[in-house]
Design a protein around this ligand. Structure first.
Ligand SMILES: *Cc1c(COP(=O)(O)O)cnc(C)c1O
Length: 390
């Protein structure tokens, strides 16, 4: 028991926060947060210090870490990404923005003169990270599906002849969940005789299930050098987090050893959350590979259902075949706020684990109400045009 106590008003804030957060999560259809897992088991640890400072594979002098659990999380992702056995490295990040920053940082370490190619459908963290690192970026067009426009890519690389190519492959774009095809990217680079290549997969959302998608080409077996994935999206960890995995031979360690912590400074952050490591480990222990596939298949079914229901009420909708994201014509702004729909020209519904069919049905009913009945709207406009007739 601490001698410090909350005031009554602060306690009220705490109480109302709880129900407000519950209400907010119930109607999220546009942002990718899985909510089928239970994290009450990790709640106990909120009052424990856990800091995985330094390298996850090197014990340091500070013993508040849970690096053994971190290595177990990394091993799970390394295996599912077909990383070279015992020849990979990685760490639990604060999210995919940091994972992408790390991947690009290592790419720059290998090829300081490299040009970073990324599609216009890339996440906003990519141009930001390129800017932070002072690298040269080259924004390439994308197809209507959201996948990289390979002809535009070929042209862009040819224009920068002689320069190393650093490519960010989008494994599940933010708006349409399109996946770039790494094997195709590699073939184009080979055709153009580019030898110095670094490919980073931004697999924030789809990294957890891309391995179940037939024909996907995104991992170490397909020739990527690093991959980042988020922990608070498909895994549903309640705090933002993620993991980045890299081929050992591609690492450029910043500083071999820091005497102060007695561990190499190999991560971007110094202190790193142990709570998110515990969250990821806890989620993976519940899910494993088998349940991960099951969850993906369930999401896919719901996304197909959503697409069908939208079409049934006459609302434009489409979906990339592997995607748990259904893209739709943007609903009225009021609905976008009520259902927390991310809208960028078009809108989307992401059928994450834990999204209920009943919630989709409620949304569809809501959307249907916003469509003016055809006969009605015609008569109204006729009235407007011909006020005397009315
Ligand atoms: C969400 C997302 C990111 C950023 O991830 P954070 O964990 O929010 O930093 C990066 N890339 C893609 C494709 C994403 O969907």
């Amino acid at each position: 028991m601490s001698k410090f106590q909350l005031s009554e008003s602060a306690q009220q804030v705490m109480d109302s926060l709880f129900s407000k957060q519950q209400q907010a999560i119930d109607n999220v259809l546009g942002f990718p947060m899985a909510r089928d897992l239970d994290f009450t088991g990790v709640a106990l640890y909120a009052s424990r210090f856990m800091n995985n400072i330094g390298d996850p594979f090197v014990a340091g002098s500070c013993q508040l870490d849970i690096k053994d659990l971190e290595r177990s999380v990394l091993d799970f992702f390394a295996k599912s990404f077909n990383a070279p056995a015992n020849n990979y490295w990685g760490y639990v990040t604060s999210g995919s923005t940091e994972g992408n920053l790390y991947g690009l940082y290592m790419a720059r370490g290998n090829y300081p003169e490299g040009v970073v190619y990324y599609s216009e459908a890339a996440h906003y963290s990519i141009p930001k990270n390129i800017h932070l690192l002072g690298m040269t970026g080259c924004n390439v067009g994308s197809q209507a599906s959201g996948e990289l426009d390979y002809d535009a890519f070929r042209l862009a690389v040819a224009t920068n002849a002689g320069k190393p190519a650093i490519v960010v492959a989008n494994i599940g774009t933010t708006m349409t969940e399109a996946m770039d095809h790494v094997a195709t990217i590699r073939t184009i680079l080979q055709d153009l005789a580019v030898e110095d290549v670094y490919i980073h997969s931004d697999a924030a959302l789809a990294g957890c299930y891309a391995g179940f998608v037939q024909g996907a080409s995104y991992d170490f077996a397909d020739g990527v050098d690093s991959i980042s994935v988020s922990g608070h999206k498909f895994l549903g960890v309640t705090m933002p987090c993620g993991a980045v995995i890299i081929k050992d031979c591609r690492r450029k360690v910043v500083q071999e050893n820091v005497p102060y912590i007695d561990s190499p400074d190999s991560t971007i952050s110094g202190s790193r959350s142990g709570h998110t490591v515990l969250g990821m480990w806890y989620a993976l222990e519940q899910v494993g590979t088998g349940r991960m596939r099951e969850r993906y298949v369930e999401c896919l079914e719901l996304a197909k259902y959503t697409e069908t229901q939208l079409r049934t009420i006459g609302w434009e909708a489409w979906r990339n075949p592997h995607a748990i994201t259904t893209v739709l014509k943007a609903p009225p702004k009021e609905l976008c706020y009520r259902w927390q729909l991310a809208t960028e020209g078009q809108s989307h519904i992401i059928c994450m684990p834990g999204v209920l069919k009943g919630t989709i049905d409620e949304f569809i009913a809501d959307l249907r109400q916003s469509i003016p009945p055809k006969s009605n709207s015609i008569s109204k406009s006729v009235k407007k045009l011909l006020p005397d007739v009315a």
